[in-house]
Design a protein around this ligand. Structure first.
Ligand code: ADP
Length: 430
């Protein structure tokens, strides 16, 4: 049965009951008494309706499904339907609130900045990434004009021109941002900011690296090509000149080979992001081999000593050998004849420590912090003279980074240098 039908039946029944009561009273006690009883019945019915209307009005002031009044007659149905509606409303509201909370949390975690503004660029809301990108504060700046907060001529031009179909590259507060305004709804706009500072830096490093590498390779190639041209044009070169040219070409070829090998090593070290496979490194064995190679390179021009009392460590044998060899080789290359080179491997409280000390040409303090940059050299001609690629210390830095070790450089011009490698205590192989 439909609720409407039930409503009408119960109303008709109630009125019929009153009329029946009135008729019975007229029959039993006369017309006057019957009408009084009938009127009283109607008034009672009217008062009951008023009472429930009042309860409904009270409830509408503070609607809550838990405080809905009980009803009588048709009111039972009205209140139960109101209860259902209210419950549905409350559920929808709870779902909406949950969605809003989830949306806000997602916006908070977003690495990109999101600023919601009205049609005249007054700030309505922004997420933490936008606060850090643009120096905004949602709490303080709400209701302020974004162009007064983001003071940048590029940003102003972007707003004035209104070409929002293309994003803007914005340099702001030492950051490089890609900013994009997207109009939405009728009278709102979203400003999205994406921080590209780090990727720009990496791009620049890559460009520099390619430019430097090309430059480094061009020099020996020019020399080789020059000699090849001479050889092709002058077939009557005497043996001595020919041999001299061949020797110089071989030297340049070897130089190119060293460069390519060092570049490949660096690329390999950079491209693996997993830590090195921890193998036990026999430090005494490794350092004795490095010492032998150092003697061979020095060809008796230096006094080289080794003191080895430190423990064996865990790490990549090849990588550590290449890093330490680089440091020892540098000490020989930058120390004039009769100089002293002291190699030590000791254990300290902070962990095992490798050091190579020379009394060579030394380095001025302003260069020290830049030595591990690729192709950075204090004296380019000296580095080339001693067959340097300019990548040795960059390789050392990467290897040590992968082994959680630190490179410490102390140097005084014309007195000498000390390159120390401090390994962590955890590197000791037990
Ligand atoms: P290179 O192949 O030019 O030696 P490195 O990266 O090995 O490149 O070293 C970078 C620069 O650091 C060198 O060009 C040199 O100027 C300086 N250098 C490195 N080791 C020493 C040292 N022991 N004494 C003086 N200068 C050094």
């Amino acid at each position: 049965m439909s609720p409407r039908l039930i409503f009408w039946i119960s109303a008709v029944v109630r009125i019929a009951l009153v009329l029946l009561g009135t008729a019975s009273a007229i029959y039993l006690w006369g017309a006057t008494a019957g009408l009084v009883i009938g009127m009283s019945g109607m008034i009672a019915l009217f008062c009951v309706q008023l009472f429930y209307l009042q309860r409904l009005a009270d409830w509408l002031d503070h609607p809550s499904s838990s405080r809905l009044p009980d009803g009588w007659g048709a009111w039972t149905d009205i209140f139960s339907r109101l209860y259902k509606l209210r419950r549905g409303d409350e559920k929808n509201q709870a779902e909406l609130a949950e969605w809003l909370a989830r949306f806000r949390q997602a916006m908070t975690l977003l690495p990109d900045g999101v600023v919601i503004m009205d049609d005249v660029l007054f700030l309505e809301w922004c997420n933490p990434a936008a606060e850090s990108h643009l120096g905004l504060s949602h709490a303080q700046d709400k209701g302020m004009r974004v162009t007064n907060l983001v003071r940048s001529p590029e940003f102003m031009d972007y707003i004035i021109l209104g070409r929002y179909d293309t994003p803007l590259t914005l340099s702001f507060r030492d950051r490089k941002l890609i900013a994009h305004i997207i109009p939405f709804e009728n009278r709102r706009q979203i400003l999205v900011t994406h921080d590209v500072t780090e990727s720009e830096r990496i791009d620049m490093m890559r460009r520099d690296f390619i430019a430097n590498a090309s430059h480094e390779l061009r020099t020996p190639l020019t020399v080789i090509n020059g000699f090849l041209e001479i050889a092709s044009m002058q077939s009557d070169l005497d043996n001595q000149t020919r041999n001299m040219h061949l020797k110089l070409m071989t030297e340049q070829g070897e130089r190119m080979q060293r460069l390519v090998e060092d570049m490949l090593t660096l690329t390999r070290l950079e491209s693996v992001d997993h830590p090195p496979r921890p193998e036990r490194i026999n430090m005494l064995g490794m350092l004795e081999q490095i010492l032998q190679e150092a003697h061979a390179l020095s060809a008796g021009r230096h006094q080289i000593t080794l003191e080895c009392s430190g423990p064996d460590i865990k790490g990549s044998n090849d990588e550590i050998r290449s890093a330490l060899t680089n440091l020892v080789t540098n000490a020989i290359r930058y120390t004039p004849e009769n100089g002293n080179i002291r190699i030590t491997w000791i254990d300290t409280e902070q962990g095992p420590k490798f050091a190579v000390q020379d009394d060579g040409i030394g380095i001025s303090p302003e260069h020290i912090s830049r030595l591990t940059e690729r192709f950075y050299r204090v004296d380019k001609s000296r580095s080339r003279e001693t067959q340097g690629t300019g990548l040795g210390l960059a390789i050392v830095k990467h290897v040590l980074l992968r082994h959680k070790a630190n490179l410490l450089i102390e140097s005084t011009p014309d007195v000498g240098s000390k390159f120390c490698v401090q390994f962590p205590v955890a590197a000791v192989s037990v």
